[in-house]
Design a protein around this ligand. Structure first.
Ligand SMILES: [Zn+2]
Length: 318
């Protein structure tokens, strides 16, 4: 069962989250395999890390809507996406166009010529008219333009930039599990005022730095193989950790026949009729979950018929 654990360090302005996506992650990979469209191993590892990171970030900010991480690449991977809803339902996909080395990392997958970008979008569930989703973009290289090999470094940079909060992130994924650990320094009220500022800030930074340092000692292997209790005990056995009841992230897709129909409509009747003439019907497979949607000539006719002209009781969609 997939799990998300939240915890605090008693008396310290530091909080943490640990996620383990297990059967839900295997289901994502199983569906790709079933559709005979499995991703190469380095892409599976990247998408697993993105899924874990997306769940951690969504849970961390509790955003009422979808949190979407999109990495646009200039290498063999053109796009990698993860989307996490406020109830921690997640889905992932990628667009792979070229061959890649067996042990490819972030830079060899997506940042071959230094043009890769990572965009984090917060799309509110209910937008008021004219409201745009919030989006922040970070490059896939560091401050000295050195290429980053790890997704975690890119996202740490994003969180420092967007939330001004120090974050330590450890991510790892294989074909069995996608996991992540996030530690963040909490903003503290009253700090930053004149007077005692420096003294307080030193204490706060020391606590965070100590915990971030402990966190950084966790290896990928440990994160992938140890259960949550063992990880937290091993890393923070000298700290007072306050645990919360774990919650359950899950794989779920938001695609539907109606949405696919609307997408076809937006392409225009000529385009769709052309496909029907050529192939007899339109078949669209969801990039995220592999579900196939078919539209035969009658479905297509109904799609482009204004609602009011349809026969009563006709069901063009669903
Ligand atoms: Zn789907």
């Amino acid at each position: 069962m997939s799990e998300l654990h939240k915890f605090l360090f008693e008396g310290l302005p530091v909080r943490g989250l640990l996620v383990r996506l297990t059967d839900d992650w295997r289901e994502v990979l199983r569906r790709r395999e079933k559709a005979q469209d499995a991703f190469p191993q380095p892409v599976r590892a990247l998408l697993g890390e993105m899924a874990a990171a997306g769940v951690l970030m969504q849970s961390n900010i509790k955003f009422n809507g979808s949190l979407i991480i999109q990495i646009y690449g200039d290498g063999p991977v053109k796009l990698a996406v993860t989307e996490v809803q406020s109830d921690l339902a997640f889905r992932v996909t990628a667009k792979v166009v070229g061959e890649m080395p067996e042990r490819a990392q972030l830079d060899t997958l997506l940042n071959v010529n230094g043009g890769g970008r990572c965009a984090i979008t917060l799309d509110p569930k209910e937008r008021f008219p004219g409201q745009q989703p919030y989006q922040g973009v970070v490059a896939l290289h560091g401050d000295q333009r050195e290429p980053l090999h790890q997704l975690s470094e890119v996202l740490e940079h994003y969180m420092l930039q967007s939330e001004q909060l120090d974050t330590k992130l450890i991510l790892a994924a294989n074909d069995e599990i996608a996991a992540g650990l996030l530690i963040q320094r909490l903003p503290v009220e009253g700090v930053g005022n004149l007077g005692r500022k420096n003294e307080d800030e030193i204490g706060i930074n020391e606590a965070y730095n100590r915990i971030a340092h402990l966190t950084a000692t966790l290896t990928s292997e440990e994160l992938l193989t140890l259960d949550a209790d063992t990880v937290l005990r091993r890393l923070y056995w000298e700290e007072k950790v306050v645990r919360y009841e774990p919650v359950q992230p899950r794989f779920a897709c938001t695609c539907s026949r109606e949405r696919v129909g609307n997408m076809l409509k937006s392409l225009g009747r000529d385009e769709i009729d052309g496909i029907v003439v050529e192939q007899g019907r339109v078949e669209i497979a969801c990039d995220f979950c592999g579900t196939k949607y078919h539209f035969d000539p009658v479905d297509v006719g109904e799609l482009f018929t204004p609602q009011s002209k349809q026969a009563p009781g006709s069901t063009s969609l669903n």
